[in-house]
Write a protein that binds this ligand. Structure first.
Ligand SMILES: [Zn+2]
Length: 255
């Protein structure tokens, strides 16, 4: 079922690749909200639009499966400032897949995924937040089976190094079922030692129409963002908003 680098299935956006930023893990189970706010302030300082992966029923201990009111208020403020709210699974609790990988989504049956989606959409509506159009599978764990129900609801699905195994080696910009697939592979994820070298290279060395750079704010909080800030400065004002991709996906869906 997985098309492998078939160029005719790829999205064409013109000569210049779109560079998009994905930020995982809001909120984080082990770090205070203030640290996230400091990270967001840096992205705002350098005028970098981003998609924030929100886990609406975060259940990793000590979290009990819901967001605190202050965490929701922050989301409302971010949304008003045009930060793209994406969904990062449902609980983010790890389940083993083939004994090797941690996953969330592939642990559910299709009807369970559909139930979770319904519960999540009640949550977004209840708090007057936009319903996310991007699913960021926790641990980058997505399989062809778990993609079915997800793809019926989210026009964009992301992946990463782990999904090379759980789903297959699919290039960014390939259409999978009803979704556009936008994974982040090395060096666009898990390459903090290369932060100082990225910047311009994200555009120059792109091999396809999309580059999705993924940042884990909680990892960068450990040095108070000293490692990531030069990269953000190099990207200042040049990153594309996710709306540019979402607008194209929706237009295509209409035709
Ligand atoms: Zn995560």
């Amino acid at each position: 079922m997985v098309p492998l680098h078939r160029s005719h299935l790829r999205w064409r956006v013109g000569a210049h690749p779109l560079v998009l930023i994905r930020v995982d893990d809001y909120p984080r189970w082990d770090r205070p909200l203030e640290e996230f706010l400091a990270f967001d302030a840096l992205l705002a300082k350098y005028d970098i639009p981003y998609a924030l992966g929100v886990t609406p029923f975060l259940g990793i201990e000590p979290r009990k499966g819901f967001l605190e009111p202050e965490e929701v208020h922050v989301l409302q403020r971010l949304s008003a400032r045009s930060v793209t709210i994406a969904q990062h699974g449902f609980t983010h609790r790890p389940h083993k897949w083939h004994g090797r990988y941690s996953v969330e989504l592939p642990a559910y049956s299709q009807s369970e995924v559909t139930e979770w989606i319904g519960r999540a959409d009640v949550f977004w509506n209840q708090w007057n937040l936009p319903r996310p159009e991007i699913m960021i599978p926790p641990f980058d764990g997505i399989t062809p089976e778990s993609l079915v129900a997800i793809s019926n609801r989210y026009p964009i699905v992301t992946g990463g190094p782990a999904s090379l195994t759980t789903l297959g080696p699919v290039a960014p910009g390939v259409r999978l079922l009803h979704s556009l697939y936008l994974p982040s592979y090395y060096a666009h994820m898990y390459a903090p030692s290369l932060f100082a070298l990225l910047g311009e290279r994200l555009w120059k060395e792109a091999t396809g129409p999309f580059v999705v750079l993924t940042l884990h704010w909680a990892w960068e909080a450990r040095d108070r963002y000293a490692r990531v800030e030069p990269l953000l400065a190099a990207l200042a004002g040049r990153v594309d908003p996710w709306d540019r991709v979402l607008g194209r996906v929706e237009r295509r869906a209409v035709h």
